[in-house]
Write a protein that binds this ligand. Sequence first.
Ligand code: MN
Length: 332
Amino acid sequence: MPAVTVDDILVLPRVSEPDPATTADRPVLSVTTAPAGLEGEGFPVRRAFAGVDLSQLDPFIHMDQMGEVDYAPGEPKGTPWHPHRGFETVTYMIDGVFRHQDSNGGGGLITDGDTQWMTAGGGILHIEAPPEEVVVRGGLFHGFQLWVNLPARLKMTSPRYQDIRAGQVKLLSSADGGALLRLIAGDVAGQQGPGVTHTPITLLHATLSPGARLRLPWRQDFNALAYVLAGSGSVGAEQRPVQMGQLAVFGPGDVINVAASQRQDGGTDTLEILLLGGQPIKEPVAAYGPFVMNTKAELVQAFDDYQAGKLGSIPAEPSHVTDEPHPGHDVL
Ligand code: MN
């Protein structure tokens, strides 16, 4: 699993262990298993949030784990051009290459630990697909896409695109050096990740060595979720077992507990887990297909506006999107 990693985790800034005397561990409210599905032109996904009430996910709406899949030559797939309105998409690639292009001029390649952050706001069209070379060659494809809601006052904000290179991700070590933390957005333990969000969130990808434990301070005013990308372990002080494809929802408190099983199997020797939370927006959600609004009338308006071409137009070829590999990447 490439993502971004380091040779010596001990040189990284360490997150100090929260004092058990003055902090409260967040209890685990539920553990759910993501059902498998197909997205876009038919790439395999796990619907991470299926079966969980939106009020517990708030400010998040939806998350797909993409893959992990090892494609044969000719198999890699993406999405056709499609619209969005009313939220932000965060796409993180662990393995493989995805190309993004949108009607607002945003776009680029992401691979091996890169993140792309797209604010759809009032409206955008975009396409996400593996580049032609990757389609021909096949290979590993693994990542996730998260939908972050926008409050009513920002639903119609201007579209925005952020490229977060793997090298910009803030790397941290757990107190005992057993876990590598990749802080993609927001802050944790006084450290700041590179992603800029309209809605305050914290998003990190942690890799835990077998048997490692992580007690991580977590803002009280944020919700807290953990999703297992690979491997097995436990969540909460109560050590509730979790494995690949499972989501844990935590209750109130100010510390998240995660631990990796001593024995890992299923092709990984580490626990790969996403930890995420944000400030709940606490507004009504009307979501349908590619639109996330507050009311049904706004959804109807979004469809009308899309059909009238008001959400943007597909850029003419050749696009200005660069197909150049980024420094430090030798994928293409
Ligand atoms: Mn999309």
